[in-house]
Design a protein around this ligand. Structure first.
Ligand code: SF4
Length: 453
């Protein structure tokens, strides 16, 4: 009998890269390949890389080096695969000339072609063993749904468009079919991701697609409405990431107020001051973001906003930075992350005048985080005494000694959690991937402490 070929797989990078990994793993499994947990036990290794910031580039190059020395047969895919080197058009090949092949991101077919060339497919694939929802790297009860690739913006600190190209929206019918398969496969929380979720469909002029024979526009509002309808019979959550504060996003807020999708928006504002936003060439930089947030909160008071910011962008004055601190306070951003500006090779912001010294960038980041944490902690304290729906992520022994979950206000991996106390009722059990109601007793840093009821 033919030995089953084994592929080692390393997935680095953001949630968008993770969905690429899932597509490749699904295809490998569909064709009868097995995965190996070790480099040594594999016949070939695939490394899905990230090329966004210099640390990620280093991590990716190091991992490729480790895979090469432990295994020798390595295929590289992902963002770093699309990056030019110092002396050639490909950085990976320049540093690791012995890799078998290099592709850019979202190149499942290309990766599979290279796999076939170096490790032929097994004779008799057990195609039926692949669940309709594909192979997922996230825990079974939540999944990322990628709705588009690439980006039409040209933010000056970002090199994603040069690596991933302009926006390409996936057909709305395909996206909805995938969402339905995920819910049918037991997913209780769907995380919608892209580079710019609010731009969905712009590239195809909001073309009308079809789902179950019904026309649906390739447009954020229509997509979100349909996702809400698909999630409802499963009691599942739909969470939106990477949404820009464009006026048309206002139309999505009523769906949140009505409970059709989670009242949670991940809006990467990056800054508040119009001059800094202009230097960053941010989408929606001309919008009045504070007024917009206030209007959203009037329409949907339970709305939680997560955002990321950059401190010490080239040319940022102390006054501009203080504007940012005031914005975080006034907008009451529930969850905020902040990077000290760091030049990314190839980004046009590197050419801007007025570089802020590294220690000032770091000091501003620390000042920002102190304010953001104050705001966030005050908002968390308002929840004490409330009863919330919590999705259980971890509950050893059916939660007899407690567990960990998340409320609508917490996206996995980036926000806080809800620490669940042992239930008082003996009959109460906590099960991973199921919802429980819990009464919030207190707060602890970014987390809530709650009693399952
Ligand atoms: S919106 Fe800006 S930061 Fe985001 S991917 Fe596009 S260019 Fe990069």
């Amino acid at each position: 009998m033919q030995d089953i070929p084994k592929v080692g797989f390393v997935s680095l990078g953001c949630p968008k890269a993770l969905t690429d990994s899932e597509l490749i793993l699904t295809q490998l499994s569909a064709e009868g390949y097995q995965t190996s947990k070790t480099f040594e036990g594999a016949d070939l290794v695939i490394v899905n890389t990230c090329g966004f910031i210099d640390d990620a580039v280093k991590e990716s190059l190091d991992t490729i080096g480790e895979a090469l020395s432990a295994n020798g047969k390595v295929i590289v895919t992902g963002c770093l695969g699309a990056k030019a080197g110092h002396a050639s058009d490909n950085l990976v090949k320049e540093i690791h000339p012995s890799v078998l092949a290099v592709t850019g991101p979202h190149a499942t077919q290309e990766v599979m072609d290279h796999v076939h060339a170096h490790l032929p497919k097994p004779h008799d694939p057990f195609i039926d063993l692949v669940p309709a929802a594909g192979i997922k790297l996230t825990p079974k009860h939540y999944a990322y749904l990628k709705i588009s690739e690439g980006c039409n913006h040209r933010c000056t600190f970002c090199i994603i468009p040069s690596m991933r190209g302009d926006l390409v929206s996936r057909p709305v019918g395909d996206v909805l079919k995938e969402a339905r398969a995920l819910f049918e496969g037991g997913v209780k929380e769907l995380l919608v991701v892209s580079q710019d979720t609010s731009a969905y469909g712009v590239d195809v002029k909001y073309r009308t697609g079809f789902f179950d024979g019904k026309p649906v526009k390739t447009r954020m509002l229509d997509l979100v409405e349909e996702l809400g309808k698909l999630a409802e019979p499963y009691g599942a959550w739909v969470r939106l990431h990477y949404v820009y504060p464009y006026p048309h996003v206002d139309d999505v807020i009523p769906l949140m107020a009505q409970g059709k999708v989670l009242p949670y928006l991940d809006v990467p504002f990056q800054h508040s001051h119009p001059d800094v936003l202009r230097r960053m060439k941010r989408p929606a930089s001309g919008e009045k973001n504070l007024e917009r947030i206030q209007r959203w909160r009037e329409m949907c008071p339970q709305l939680v906003i997560r955002s990321t910011f950059i401190a010490g962008f080239p040319g940022e004055t102390e006054a501009e930075f203080e504007d940012l601190l005031a914005f975080v306070r006034e907008a009451r951003i529930d969850r905020a992350g902040c990077f000290a500006y760091s030049p990314v090779e190839g980004a046009s912001a590197n050419e801007l005048p007025g570089a802020v010294p590294a220690e000032v960038r770091e000091e501003r980041r620390a000042r920002f985080m102190a304010v953001a944490e104050e705001v966030s902690a005050a908002k968390l304290r308002e929840r004490v005494g409330a009863t919330m729906q919590v999705l259980v992520d971890n509950a050893p022994g059916l939660g007899k000694k407690g567990g960990v979950g998340r409320s609508y206000a917490d996206a996995p991996e980036i926000d806080g959690t809800v620490k669940l106390l042992p239930p008082e009722k003996l009959s109460k059990q906590l099960k991973v991937g199921e919802f429980t109601k819990a009464r919030v007793m207190s707060t602890q840093g970014h987390d809530l402490i709650a009693l399952p009821i």
